[in-house]
Write a protein that binds this ligand. Structure first.
Ligand SMILES: N[C@@H](CCC(=O)N[C@@H](CS)C(=O)NCC(=O)O)C(=O)O
Length: 95
């Protein structure tokens, strides 16, 4: 069965996390509250993925959040993007 149309039109959200990380929990709660899905990549148990995160984000802290190919940053950056009214536009694929 095909997913609903709104899912097809949304870019993927990917979050690099570790197990013990209050900001990761906050970011996940934020996305959940918005009704969004995400893919979680645990960099504390996967050194290859940690290296990939460092290369892509140029930051060591977690979470590091990507929407499509765009690097959003951490939880604070995600909230700031939303408060600036720019989150939805980044999530939506152009038609
Ligand atoms: N301002 C960042 C703070 C993130 C942060 O401090 N994360 C902690 C874990 S919850 C961390 O990665 N600390 C280790 C480091 O900064 O390298 C955000 O909002 O995501």
């Amino acid at each position: 069965m095909l997913p609903p149309l709104w899912e097809i039109l949304m870019r993927d959200v990917l979050m690099y996390t570790t197990a013990i990380c209050p900001y990761c929990v906050a970011a996940k709660n934020f996305l959940k509250h918005k009704g969004l899905n995400w893919t979680e990549v645990r960099v504390d148990i996967d050194p290859v993925q940690r290296e990939t995160m460092l290369q892509r984000a140029r930051r060591t802290s977690v979470p590091q959040i990507f929407i499509g190919d765009t690097h959003v940053g951490g939880y604070d950056d995600l909230v700031a993007l939303d408060r600036a009214g720019r989150l939805q536009g980044l999530l939506e694929e152009p038609a």
